[in-house]
Each structure stands twice: as structure tokens, then as C-alpha cells.
Design a protein around this ligand. Structure first.
Ligand code: NAG
Ligand code: NAG
Ligand code: NAG
Ligand code: NAG
Length: 199
């Protein structure tokens, strides 16, 4: 009886550990990594919590991925959406292209999403409006097009939003969370929209 119980716990831990590791390995495979910053991301080393640029909480769930300014290109695998405990995703100042996966909308614990200074195209996924803990959303300096999803107006935790230097069109929402931005932030954002020279 006891042995079965222990075995079940072991399986549950192992399965949850593997799926987060698998999601990170899928991300690694979708990226081009000329400086080998993801060298430690190796399933044979099992636990992703010991990999570089990954931080876990006390339960062994991945809560941070820090890969800013790491010379990465390639694209973002949708498997990132499986890291449901993730609080911080930093992939800024790389050369990543392709779309922002709509699966990022599954990361309901995300507080900070920094994808600025890349080469991301397509539209801003409306699913980002599901991120009800998001405080920092910086997607500036990419080649995103389309309109700002109205769903972002429901993210009341949002403190900093930078969408400048993209190819966005349409109006900037003024209601919901957008009405809470201080004038300085809003003017800054608006200014960035119209001035390509500001970085
Ligand atoms: C980015 O990384 C390079 C080394 O790869 C370093 O020289 C540079 O200072 C870094 N830039 C920033 C803004 O951190
Ligand atoms: C990004 O990639 C392009 C070609 O793929 C290359 O020309 C450019 O130098 C890269 N930019 C950076 C900042 O690494
Ligand atoms: C962005 O991607 C385009 C091709 O889609 C490429 O021509 C351009 O050099 C890239 N820009 C940077 C900064 O890497
Ligand atoms: C903001 O206004 C749009 C319609 O213009 C509406 O669809 C959206 O739900 C509103 N957001 C909030 C938070 O009320």
C-alpha cells in the first residue's frame, strides 16, 4: 500500500517536471542559438530547474525564463504556453521572428512579458487579455501589425505597456485598463507610436 502511494507521488512529480522540461526543449528547438546559451537545456539532465536562464519556485515549477540579449533568432514555439506557473518571460533584444503564439494567453500567472527589440510579426494575440496578473507588457520594436486587442483593456493589473515602433494600426483604446494609464505614460506611448526614431 505504502509503496503504491509513493510510486504515485513520484509519477505525478515526474510528469509535471517533464512537461515543463518538454515545453522548454520545444522552445529551444524552435530557436537558433549561435552562442549556445541554451546548452544546459538538455532532457538527459532531467530537471529544468537546474538549467541556466530558468528559475523555479519551491514546488519545482518554472516561474522565470530570462533570455534577454542572448543573440537568439528563430521563432517562439507554442509549447511555451504549457509553463502555466511562469511569472516572467524575458526574450527581449534578440532577433526572434515569426508570430507571438496565442498560447501565451494560457500563462495565467504571468506578470511580465518582455518581447521588445525582436523581429516578431503578425498580430498581437487577443488571448493576452487572459493574462489577468500582467503588469509589464513590452512588445515595442518589432514588426507587429493589426490593431491593439480590445481584450487588453480588461487587464486591470497592467502598469507598463509599450507597443511603440511596430506597424500597428487603428485607435488606441481609452477605456478599461487603458483609462488608468497616467497621462505621462499615455503620451509617451502615443509619442512612440508616431516617432520611429525613438528607441
Ligand atoms: C548584450 O550582450 C553583449 C554580449 O553578448 C554585451 O556586450 C552587451 O553589453 C549587452 N547589452 C545589453 C543592453 O545588456
Ligand atoms: C538578425 O538576423 C539578421 C539576418 O537573419 C542579421 O542580418 C542581423 O544582423 C541580426 N541582427 C541582430 C541584432 O543579431
Ligand atoms: C527581420 O526579418 C526580415 C525578414 O523577415 C529581415 O529582412 C530583417 O533583416 C530582420 N531584421 C532584423 C533586425 O533582424
Ligand atoms: C472597452 O470598449 C470596448 C468597445 O469599444 C469593449 O468591447 C470593451 O469590452 C471595453 N473594455 C472594458 C474593460 O470595458
Amino acid at each position: 500500500m505504502e509503496a503504491i502511494f509513493l510510486c504515485l507521488i513520484f509519477l505525478v512529480l515526474r510528469v509535471s517536471g517533464l512537461s515543463e522540461g518538454d515545453a522548454l526543449i520545444a522552445l529551444k528547438s524552435s530557436l537558433v542559438d549561435p552562442k549556445d546559451v541554451l546548452q544546459s537545456w538538455d532532457t538527459s539532465s532531467g530537471n529544468p530547474c537546474i538549467w541556466f536562464h530558468v528559475t523555479c519556485n519551491g514546488n519545482g515549477n518554472v516561474i522565470r525564463v530570462d533570455l534577454g540579449n542572448a543573440s537568439l533568432s528563430g521563432h517562439l514555439d507554442s509549447g511555451v504556453g504549457q509553463l502555466t506557473k511562469l511569472e516572467y518571460l524575458g526574450l527581449y533584444s534578440n532577433n526572434i521572428s515569426g508570430k507571438i503564439p496565442e498560447e501565451l494567453g494560457n500563462l495565467e500567472n504571468l506578470m511580465s512579458l518582455d518581447l521588445y527589440f525582436n523581429n516578431l510579426s503578425g498580430t498581437i494575440p487577443g488571448t493576452l487579455g487572459n493574462l489577468q496578473k500582467l503588469r509589464f507588457l513590452r512588445l515595442n520594436n518589432n514588426i507587429l501589425m493589426g490593431t491593439i486587442p480590445i481584450s487588453l483593456t480588461t487587464v486591470s493589473s497592467l502598469q507598463i505597456l509599450d507597443l511603440s515602433n511596430n506597424k500597428l494600426t487603428g485607435d488606441i483604446p481609452v477605456n478599461g485598463s487603458f483609462s488608468l494609464f497616467t497621462p505621462i505614460r499615455f503620451i509617451e506611448c502615443d509619442f512612440h507610436f508616431h516617432d520611429d526614431g525613438v528607441g
